[in-house]
Design a protein. Structure first.
Length: 494
């Protein structure tokens, strides 16, 4: 989604709320935002919006580049292109001009995603580009450098002559210099700090509260289970205050009395930044079905043994397992996933529901995927395109998995159930119901979109399948070809 005029206006007004004395000096920018022209187009005259960033290291030095056209030492920056936000434009320019990776940078608690400065400066005419004299309204952001050792710079030599790290006191821009010194007095010291907070909520009996996030553009870890929590705002007095505000916004009925810092984790933002996260632990024994969930799709208890069946945000499974190992339930061994009270009659056992896509091309060949060698299940083995049902209809799950794993678009009206395998792997394993659906038609060519799960898609003649096929996949294929709707596996061996 391209950057919008309203985003620039909102960012500007928030900045002016912090610096009301600069409204007069930014009158040209406000006039630009009120006009008809695109404020970020470099052809818009007499001025347009640009973005730059002060990258601050642990020695409180700021990265400057030698600008080939002007001969000046400047903070990395430039014109807005197809960027989602002003912040994203500044990040892209830093990465392009210096070669620093986005993941080597993070936001600062003092400014977060807000500009430290909006500078107005004149630009000389450039006859070679056909540009006359004009002004830049430069939105300047602050990033911390994450690694203790500086990453190797790879300068864009067409525009940049060299790079230098200057002490804060030597920063060349007067307005940026003054604001960086003020920020240092408020704690800006070049050391990365957590700017997000998450809640590792458990019930004291081995279960953990997980939140299924929405699936939409611009949201972090979409359509995955994650911890409740979110990003710090300027108004938050502490990271615990951040977390309590987020809990009140996301799940108003969920009250956790004590929140204790547990771990520091790191994630990646939608723009590619490193995001240090302070994880707090807390105990709660309520029923998630009774609270008002205002963000996301689902809130539910899970035990560690169920994690491999879920689509999780990166690193979450390891975090939960580590906590579970350190906090064994006082009333017995670690919990296993079980039906919650009153959900089903006594003795009912929870089954895992899987959906599988049976796809034939015009030559009668069947589509199978080669699972990644490091996969927790059936590594280096051929398998259907498949997935586990979350809180959704089985066919909707199938359509989602086909789109996410291989880029295939299937109409639900073109899907039919052709086989069911009732499976148990061992006497102690949870039983599975594997639903095999045939799609009569589809749009798209199979592509590897989740390389950590599947490394190749290939069409196979059903009479010449490879040796390494998941056993129940082979059984299901035989059943479909024979016209059988049902088979079972593993029950006689229990």
């Amino acid at each position: 989604m391209p950057l919008t005029r309203s985003h620039i206006r909102t960012t500007t007004e928030a900045y002016l709320a912090r610096h009301p004395h600069e409204r007069e000096s930014l009158a040209g920018l406000l006039s630009l935002l009120d006009g008809p022209a695109d404020p970020t187009d470099r052809a818009t005259l007499p001025g347009h919006v640009t973005c730059s960033a002060a990258v601050v290291d642990r020695e409180q030095r700021v990265l400057h580049i030698g600008h080939k056209v002007t001969g000046l030492l400047l903070a990395p920056g430039g014109h807005v292109e197809d960027d989602r936000t002003l912040l994203a434009a500044a990040l892209r320019e830093v990465c392009e001009e210096t070669g620093i990776r986005a993941g080597d940078l993070c936001l600062t608690p003092q400014f977060l995603g807000a500009p430290i400065d909006i500078d107005v400066h004149d630009i000389h005419a450039d006859p070679a580009r056909g540009e006359g004299e004009h002004r830049h309204f430069d939105f300047r952001f602050v990033f911390h450098l994450v690694p203790e050792r500086h990453p190797q710079l790879r300068l864009r030599h067409a525009e940049v002559t060299d790079a230098r790290w200057l002490d804060l006191a030597d920063v060349r821009s007067p307005t940026l210099h003054a604001k960086l010194l003020d920020a240092r007095a408020q704690g800006l010291d070049g050391r990365p700090e957590p700017v997000n907070a998450s809640a590792l909520i458990h019930d004291g009996h081995g279960r953990y509260l997980l939140h299924l996030r929405d699936q939409r553009a611009g949201i972090w870890a979409p359509d995955r289970f994650a911890l409740l929590g979110g990003g710090r705002t300027m108004q938050d007095t502490s990271l615990e205050a951040t977390l309590r505000r987020e809990l009140a916004e996301e799940v108003p009925g969920l009250k956790v009395d004590a929140l204790t810092p547990y771990a520091l984790e790191e994630a990646t933002s939608t723009d590619g930044f490193a995001v240090p996260i302070q994880v707090f632990e807390g105990r709660w024994n309520g029923d998630p079905e009774t609270v008002d969930l205002r963000e996301g799709v689902l809130l539910r208890w899970f035990a560690p043994d169920a994690l491999e069946q879920l689509r999780l945000s990166p690193g979450l499974a390891d975090l939960i397992r580590r906590h579970a190992a350190e906090h064994a339930p006082a009333d017995g061994p670690p919990a296993t996933t079980r039906l919650l009270r009153d959900e089903a009659p006594e003795g009912t056992e929870l089954h895992i529901i899987g959906v599988h896509l049976y796809l034939e091309d015009n030559h009668g060949r069947i589509l199978l995927g080669l699972r990644h060698p490091d996969s927790a299940y059936a590594g280096s083995t051929w398998h259907f395109l498949a997935g586990h049902c979350e809180r959704e209809e089985a066919i909707n799950c199938l359509l989602r998995e086909a789109r996410e794993e291989a880029g295939l678009i299937i109409d639900p009206g073109d899907v039919e159930l052709v086989h069911l395998v009732h499976l148990v792997d061992s006497p102690t394993a949870r039983p599975r119901i594997s639903l095999v659906f045939r799609a009569r038609s589809w749009t798209g060519t199979p592509a590897v979109l989740e390389p950590d799960r599947c490394v190749e898609w290939r069409w196979w003649n059903p009479k010449d399948l490879p040796a390494a096929v998941v056993p129940y996949t082979r059984q299901a294929i035989d059943g479909v070809l024979a016209g059988r709707l049902y088979s079972q596996m593993g029950w006689d061996e229990r």
